[in-house]
Write a protein that binds this ligand. Structure first.
Ligand code: NDP
Length: 283
């Protein structure tokens, strides 16, 4: 990749960022598109986030991605929020438009596009069981609600965070049937009644052999089990247990791919080269 005097920059703000696959994915896309844009990792401590975001503006960045732990604080620093970010109050993408900071959240649409590759058109009549109520779970819950799923059950370690997410959904999607439990309550009935099961917690990261306390013995070949933790191997304890029960599975790389593709469209207005991006991140 040639950096020229005219190269435009896009960054990813996170802490840490050393593990991220996004630079590889985005730089492959910009190369394939013949765009003079470079995507760089920017490790930013939480206390430095306001300076870093104003720095993007001062240095003429085209935009940025925002990752853990900055998604909520960054949303508060935007001039305007658009799309799902208005509901979730968290962003993963910044677009600089005429010197103004516009915050978007493409995580939910990334998850749905990835799920649709596995489920085709079955989404509308499906019930989903979502484990987790953090930033990523919020985006996924909002996007599932926008798809008019039949019922959403949320189970989370802390009841308070699960109920905050349920309140947000009740305000924005009053017709959506909801069930809220904690991780230490029984969940057999929810596994049986849900077609889609999603782990959106941080449990199951590479090297961590733990898995969410889920009634995996109730999984069948009719389930689609998603684990959004993305590992290089595409394997997590939950996914391998689910496959053992004959369930269809989906790892986190598809969500990463499609949230990134949606961000490229926001920054450049062009259609992203999905196959090139997929090849850049798949093992
Ligand atoms: P948050 O910190 O906002 O939320 C973390 C969630 O995990 C909370 O629900 C938290 O529960 C739960 N949790 C954490 N540790 C434990 C534990 N030991 N036992 C039980 N529950 C636990 O993180 P994010 O939502 O931003 O990210 C969650 C995961 O999703 C990360 O692994 C991240 O890498 C992945 N991700 C993947 C993406 C992709 O493109 N594939 C995109 C975005 C995120 P509690 O509320 O009780 O604290």
């Amino acid at each position: 990749m040639d950096i020229t005097g005219g190269t435009k920059l896009i960054g990813i703000l996170g802490f840490p960022v050393s593990h991220t696959l996004s630079p590889r994915m985005h730089n492959s896309a910009f190369n394939a598109l013949g765009l003079d844009i470079s995507y760089v990792p920017l490790e930013v401590k939480p206390e430095d986030l306001p300076d870093a975001i104003h720095g993007l503006k001062a240095m003429g960045f085209l935009g940025a991605n925002v990752t853990v732990p900055h998604k909520v604080r960054a949303a508060e620093l935007m001039d305007r929020l658009e799309g799902d970010a208005v509901i979730t109050g968290a962003i993963n993408t910044i677009v600089l438009q005429d010197g103004r900071l516009i915050g978007h959240n493409t995580d939910g649409i990334g998850f749905i596009k990835s799920l649709e590759e596995v489920m085709k058109n079955d989404l509308n009549n499906a019930s989903a069981l979502l484990i987790g109520a953090g930033g990523a779970a919020r985006s996924i819950a909002v996007s599932l609600a926008e798809k008019n799923i039949k019922q959403l059950s949320i189970i989370n370690r802390s009841r308070q965070r699960a109920e905050e997410l349920a309140d947000l959904l009740k305000r924005n999607f009053p017709a959506l049937p909801l069930e809220v439990r904690t991780l230490d309550e029984a969940n057999e009935d929810l596994v049986i009644s849900s077609k889609i099961v999603i782990n959106a917690t941080s449990i199951g990261l590479e090297g961590d052999l733990k898995m969410p306390p889920l009634a995996v013995d109730k999984l069948t070949k009719d389930h689609v089990v998603c684990d959004i933790v993305y590992t290089q191997s595409q394997e997590t304890p939950l996914l391998s247990a689910a496959r053992g029960k004959g369930a269809n599975t989906m790892g986190g790389l598809g969500m990463l791919l499609h949230q990134g593709a949606a961000a490229i469209h926001l920054w450049t207005g062009v259609d992203p080269p999905i196959d090139v991006m997929r090849e850049a991140i798949e093992p």
